[in-house]
Design a protein around this ligand. Structure first.
Ligand SMILES: [Zn+2]
Length: 464
């Protein structure tokens, strides 16, 4: 420390003014915010080839920032768009930087990711500008330059120095970046580094931590370890208790977001299955929306079993939730097959029918496999080899063909043809009875250990 060194006194003012021109080496993108969270500055310096033009991921991003060319030894020069595209050829040369300066509140509003007093929740498509035709091998590095006390959460893996690596999936698929003053911590669970961001008045870490760990451990019990080396968990606070909604995203890295009541108790979260469900999605290959019966069905089937495998709920609680869901699914009959409703899910919204119809298929397939000394877990571990987040989408039938080739016998595809392509809900009564689920209506009264498949039932919820 050198008392009286004037540079030290100037530092805070400089930090608010935006990043200085920097040497060529370093991350491709630098994302800077000021201490008041008033402006977001995204800077890209071009060290080699300069692309002919630049653009945001969605047209809405084009009108948002002030755009500057930053060149050493020259005043900053404004750059103008041409039809929502930023021409760089003739304006920017190697060694120059392009700086996008956003009003933070405007950018957060345009992001439509929900507001939070302590965080800017941002949609990268608006500000992660890229060349007009990024190839499949596109890759970039990114760093957040943040004032003291301000943190950033993103789905992109970071090295020890905080430099994030982005593949082309970051440009193709939505994701969520949160920047602000909120609790952010790492849960090391089952071989994975899970970055937890609790924004907007979510419950405290002591309440959320065990919930996150329990859900991740349950998923890991199926995949033999958490299925991805890292993941982002964004927990958005809201009024009340419990979880109202959750979603999984794959924009360059595995991520889930859940809306959690700030007054939620540990018991509210223990019995909530949403986090288990969303985290389970991350282990599956990305699946086309038309085949929600597969992505949601398999996930819904495993959601409650995972909770039991982690010891978060009892086997009876898990089977009760599974049975109740199957009954709700069966009661929601709109006259179409599960496959047809899945294809029309965005028009007809037959969620219970599709999710639980797919879950019924998964239950039937898993029990059939267990009777052969195999398990659906093994298929999940096989599928898990597909990249999580590069933007590729799989059709359900392709994955079923792959599963049957892996199993060495046609099971998955014929079962789908039998259960899901005709009107009516898949009949799982015989399987439930064989497993020893003694039910009345939507309730499970008890689990019968004398049932022929009772050992399979116990194995399905056993802790590893
Ligand atoms: Zn889901």
């Amino acid at each position: 420390m050198k008392p009286g060194w004037p540079g030290l006194l100037l530092l805070p003012a400089l930090a608010c003014a935006g990043p200085a021109v920097r040497p060529a080496a370093g991350p491709d993108y630098r994302v800077h915010v000021d201490a008041g969270l008033r402006a977001v500055t995204v800077e890209r310096c071009f060290t080699g080839d300069v692309p002919a033009a630049w653009m945001p991921g969605v047209p809405a991003g084009a009108v948002l920032p002030r755009i500057l060319r930053v060149r050493a030894g020259a005043p900053d020069a404004p750059l103008a768009l041409d039809d929502d595209v930023l021409p760089l050829a003739g304006h920017v040369r190697a060694g120059d930087c392009v700086r996008l300066v956003f009003d933070a509140a405007v950018l957060a509003r345009a992001s439509r990711q929900g507001g939070a007093a302590d965080a800017l929740v941002l949609w990268p498509a608006l500000w992660l500008w890229r060349s007009t035709q990024p190839g499949p091998d596109w890759q970039a590095t990114l760093r957040f330059d943040l004032p003291p006390g301000v943190v950033a959460s993103a789905p992109w893996p970071a090295d020890a120095a905080g430099t994030r690596t982005l593949g082309v999936g970051a440009l193709r698929t939505p994701s969520r970046v949160a920047i602000g003053r909120f609790p952010l911590w790492i849960e090391d669970v089952a071989g994975a580094r899970i970055e937890v961001a609790a924004v907007g008045g979510a419950p405290d870490r002591a309440t959320l931590g065990p919930w996150v760990r329990g859900a991740a451990e349950g998923v890991a019990a199926v995949y033999g370890g958490f299925p991805r080396p890292h993941a982002q968990v964004v927990l958005m606070g809201q009024g009340g208790r419990g979880v109202s909604f959750g979603e999984a995203q794959r924009g360059g890295g595995p991520s889930v977001t859940l809306w959690v009541g700030g007054a939620s108790t540990p018991e509210d979260l223990r019995t909530d299955w949403t986090l288990s469900h969303e985290l389970f999605h991350l282990g599956m290959p990305p699946i086309d929306r038309r085949d929600a019966w597969l992505s949601e069905g398999v996930t819904q089937y495993y959601t409650h079993l995972c909770q039991a495998r982690a010891g978060v709920v009892s086997p009876l609680e898990a089977w009760a939730d599974l049975h109740d869901g199957l009954e709700r699914g069966r009661a929601s009959d709109g006259g179409w097959s599960v496959e047809a409703e899945s294809d029309a899910l965005r028009q007809r919204h037959a969620y219970w029918w599709v999710y639980w119809g797919g879950a019924a298929w998964a239950l039937e397939l898993d029990v059939a496999l267990r009777r052969r000394g195999d398990a659906l877990d093994r298929v999940l571990r096989h599928w898990q080899r597909h990249p999580c987040c590069d933007g590729t989408l799989w059709r359900g039938d392709a994955l079923l063909a792959e599963a049957d080739a892996f199993l060495g016998t046609p099971l998955a595809a014929p079962l789908k043809a039998r259960l899901l392509t005709q009107p009516g809900f898949p009949d799982v009564d015989a399987t439930r009875t064989a497993l020893g689920l003694r039910t009345r209506g939507r309730q499970v009264l008890r689990l019968d250990d004398a049932a022929p498949d009772a050992a399979t039932r116990r194995a399905l919820t056993a802790r590893p």
